[in-house]
Design a protein around this ligand. Structure first.
Ligand code: PHE
Ligand code: ZN
Length: 889
């Protein structure tokens, strides 16, 4: 934990290290209270840069001795650095001995204990909390690791690479020796020691090599690892097939731990996972959990090439590995979904997530570029912008050079940079150089503004039809609003995938003026100027434009379409993403005016008929229907407004939901009945789509019934909750009762707790559901405060803290933003409390106030007061300090 005013670090200040560390021999004597670490490093001066002292990072360590070539040497400690002024010119051996205190490490960065075992987390700068080191990603070394620990308490001893030797020692202790042949940055180091069991699988990959795959968990959790193992096997096969990237290790291990700051970590050959991102069974996890775990297992596995074999030169390049790896896991999930409609569902979910998380970030105090120019605390930059927007940038390369061109670019990237620590520019160059003459090659520099400019570009599109010339001209304009520190922006390169429809719904051939013939019914226009026009010829009527198909660029589109035109798209567009988008736009067109005016909402028949047609369609699949009939989230609605009144938004959405429930009651009932899934559980897209629609239908039916005082549907929901054969249905029924505030909600919640009291991940769901229940008269807020006292609640476990507190503060705007400011007081208290335990988690929570300046009064002033209160605390972590300072400036 670094305290006080930490300095701003600038990308432009990057300097290569003065020394390289080529090999490291680590020895650990593992004890929870005090672990002894001996590190023997082979060090070399970097001849490319000027001489200077050797400066090693170290935090919260007790230094015991420093030897150079076996002799003691003079050194000094400067802040968190160990400085050796007179290191030899020639290569030398440096030996350091220190201790650290895993048991006291509640920050969960470095070496810590959890559930009676030892675990490490070294990204981004955790290795320096284990021993003194050049803890930066461009210093890559070969690691040998000797672990010694009590054999009874820690029968399993793991580290990166291959197991060389293990055996017994005196006093009930034992040892294991590991060697990782691949040079790696310190952030990819890992060790695990504990009483764990493994699911094992031997596989032979395409090249004929044999590999051992292992998933280590605590004894009772073994049966919840089958899906993760299957996902790993599928990921390995996919990366070989799609990108010709093989598994390079004899042994690939995954370990689950229940105290973890993030989802998972790609340590070389030894991935460490939050149990919430690893363990599933039909009885304890939902369809969404199954999909998420498949994606995370894939993500970490894919890092083995994009991140580990080729890593980042410095942390400003974080998106080089994260954006690319998210793109890869998204592509993998789409390929696993197989059917075109299931691919589209995945794309819709990804875009919904981008808009819910990244767009707000781009319009708030912490807005930053995909490749930021400065930071105070790197932990604050594991963000939706680096990850999800970064993935969209990679997707745009693929759109511009084509799928094959992109694969060629990846091949060139690995040919050039395998074993190196590189930059986003190196990636851009590889994709570009592999694709001469592509749409990218003529505008590479402009394209790279996606890395340097923060903010979500706005694209305006308007059509002009000329009946006599039979032409239709599309006028496109782009603008990127100012973000902190970036007032003026240059035009970006925006691929606009598009098609044109007749009003009767036919896909029209696309021929641009000057072309000899039409080129199909879909194409990609490239917008790279502030304003640009494209004229299509041979049209007999003004077409309906379907723009930004598949969400071909991370922008906000204003296409000026009327409701009638949106209804054409909803019915006929060949692009499923834009069909869904039309459903959301139709909903927004009804919500936004009443939120702005404060008037009562009354749904019109055009909208209701449109939604009814979706629900009744025999062509659309259930997963799509559920997405189209789900109203935009309150957060996304807030995003559309200049002044945000969370209570008004909540009221409008509540009313609309109720009217939709009522108007389509018979159809909801029919949908509920038609979407029952019989037989054994499978999380395949068809079954999970049916469950999603049945759950939504049930939610609507219970909502309507509670309002009209009818007991039938609440009773049925309770029955379904009791009898459910899987968590998706059980949770769906419970959610329906809780969200409708049915009288049966409370007994159901109690029963749920009793049923799952020994399943921490399910208890997280129990807290989370109560934290995000729709607010009414402050009851939800009061309940959350009460739940903080529940014996199962703890701030120390990040999953548990997030389940209750983040659910309220991040995902329940109406419960959080109160006219009496109690929500903000609660927030400030929790930020301060958490900061003393775990600055990374506290930093996340601090971000809730990112967009406080857009709040209506009285929220705005009260939010400011709460921020000022946190800011006044003198010893904040650099994590929280940076977030709060940026919010206040
Ligand atoms: N690198 C991890 C991932 O994206 C995320 C992570 C970052 C985990 C920092 C822990 C700490 O896969
Ligand atoms: Zn990652």
């Amino acid at each position: 934990m670094r305290e006080g005013t930490a300095p701003l670090i600038h990308r432009e200040d990057y300097c290569a290290p003065v020394y390289w560390i080529r090999t490291v021999d680590l020895c650990f004597d593992l004890e929870p209270a005090k672990t002894l670490v001996t590190s023997k490093m082979q060090i070399e001066r970097n001849s490319a840069v000027a001489h200077g002292p050797l400066r090693l990072h170290g935090e919260e360590l007790t230094l015991l001795r420093v030897l150079i070539n076996g002799e003691s040497v003079s050194f000094r400690q400067e802040g968190d650095e160990l400085v050796i002024d007179n290191a030899p010119d020639a290569d030398f051996a440096l030996e350091i001995r220190n201790t650290c205190a895993p048991e006291k490490n509640t920050a969960l960065s470095g070496l810590y204990t959890s559930g009676g075992g030892f675990f490490t987390q070294c990204e981004a700068e955790g290795f320096r909390r284990i021993t003194y080191f050049l803890d930066r990603p461009d210093v890559m070394a070969v690691y040998s690791v000797l672990l010694r620990a009590d054999k009874a308490r820690y029968p399993v001893l793991l580290s990166n690479g291959n197991l060389l030797e293990q055996g017994a020692l005196d006093n009930g202790r034992h040892f294991a020796k590991w060697h990782d042949p691949f040079p790696k940055p310190s952030y990819l180091f890992a060790l695990v020691a504990g009483d764990l069991v493994a699911r094992e699988q031997r596989i032979t990959t395409r090249s004929g090599k044999d590999h051992l795959l292992q998933v280590y968990v605590r004894r009772g959790d073994l049966e919840k690892t089958e899906h993760a193992m299957n996902s790993l096997i599928a990921s390995i096969a996919w990366d070989e097939a799609r990108f010709k990237l093989p598994l390079d290790l004899e042994r690939f291990m995954i370990v689950g731990v229940s105290d973890f700051n993030m989802g998972a970590m790609e340590n070389k050959g030894l991935n460490i996972f939050n149990t919430s991102a690893l363990l599933v069974s039909p009885a304890t996890a939902t369809d969404a959990d199954f999909n998420r775990i498949e994606a995370i297992v894939a993500h970490e596995y894919f890092h083995n090439w994009t991140g580990n074999r080729v890593t980042c030169r410095d942390w400003f390049q974080l998106s080089l590995k994260e954006g690319l790896t998210v793109f890869r896991d998204q592509e993998f999930s789409m390929d696993m979904a197989a059917a075109p409609s299931a691919r589209a569902v995945k794309r819709i979910e990804d875009v919904r997530n981008l808009r819910a998380m990244q767009f707000p970030e781009d319009s708030g105090a912490m807005a930053h570029a995909v490749r930021p120019d400065s930071y105070v605390e790197i932990n604050n930059f594991y963000t939706p912008t680096i990850y999800e927007k970064g993935a969209e940038v990679v997707r745009m390369y693929q759109t511009l050079v084509g799928r094959e061109g992109f694969e060629k670019g990846m091949t060139l990237y690995f040919e050039r940079h395998d074993g190196q620590a590189v930059t986003c520019d190196d990636f851009a160059a590889a994709i570009n150089d592999a694709n001469p003459g592509s749409e990218l090659s003529t505008r590479l520099d402009a394209f790279k503004r996606w890395y340097s400019q923060a903010g979500t570009p706005r694209v305006q599109a308007r059509g002009r039809f000329d009946a006599s010339a039979r032409t239709w001209t599309l006028d496109l304009a782009q603008a990127n609003p100012p973000t902190p520190g970036q007032d003026d922006k240059l035009s970006q390169v925006i691929p606009v995938r598009m098609g044109l429809l007749s009003h009767a719904g036919a896909a029209l051939p696309l021929q641009l003026q000057g072309e000899d013939a039409a080129a199909g019914t879909e194409r990609v226009l490239v917008l790279d100027k502030a304003e640009q026009s494209f004229t299509f010829v041979g049209l007999d009527e003004a077409p309906v434009a379907s723009l930004l198909r598949q969400f071909s660029a991370p922008v906000v589109l204003d296409d000026g379409l009327t409701d009638a035109e949106l209804l054409v798209l909803l019915k006929f567009d060949t692009d499923a993403f834009n069909r869904w988008e039309a459903s959301q736009r139709l909903a927004l067109n009804r919500l936004l005016p009443v939120v702005r005016s404060g008037e009562e909402l009354t749904l019109d028949t055009a909208y209701i008929d449109g939604m009814r047609a979706v629900l009744r369609s025999d062509q659309l699949d259930s997963a799509f229907k559920a997405l189209a009939l789900t109203l935009p989230s309150e957060g996304y609605i807030a995003e559309q407004l200049d002044v945000i009144d969370p209570q008004r938004i909540h009221a409008a959405v509540g009313t609309m939901q109720l009217q939709l429930a009522r108007a389509l009651r018979d159809d909801w009932q029919a949908a509920f009945e038609a979407n029952q899934v019989a037989g054994g559980y499978s999380a395949d897209p068809v079954s999970s789509g049916k469950r999603a629609l049945a759950n939504l239908a049930l939610q609507m039916l219970v909502l309507d019934a509670v309002q009209t005082g009818n007991d039938i549907w609440p009773g049925r929901a309770y029955q379904r909750f009791k009898d459910a054969g899987n968590m998706t249905e059980r949770m769906g029924a419970l959610t329906a009762l809780v969200f409708a505030r049915a009288g049966l909600a409370q007994p159901a919640l109690e029963r749920f707790h009793a049923l799952f009291k020994h399943e921490p991940l399910v208890i997280d769901k129990w807290f989370a559901l109560q934290g995000r229940a729709p607010e009414l008269d402050g009851q939800v807020f009061a309940r959350v405060k009460q739940l903080m006292q529940h014996p199962d609640f703890s701030l120390k476990n990040p999953n548990r803290a997030r389940s209750l507190i983040f659910s309220l503060c991040l995902f329940n705007p109406a419960a959080f933003h109160r006219t009496d400011a109690a929500g903000y007081v609660f927030w400030a208290d929790r930020v301060l409390e958490l900061d003393a335990i775990n600055p990374q988690v506290a930093g996340r929570l601090a971000r809730v106030m990112d967009r406080w300046t857009k709040l209506a009064e009285p929220y705005r002033s009260a939010a400011h007061e709460a921020l000022a209160r946190v800011a006044a605390k003198p010893d904040l972590s650099s994590d929280v300090r940076e977030v709060i300072d940026r919010a206040l400036n």
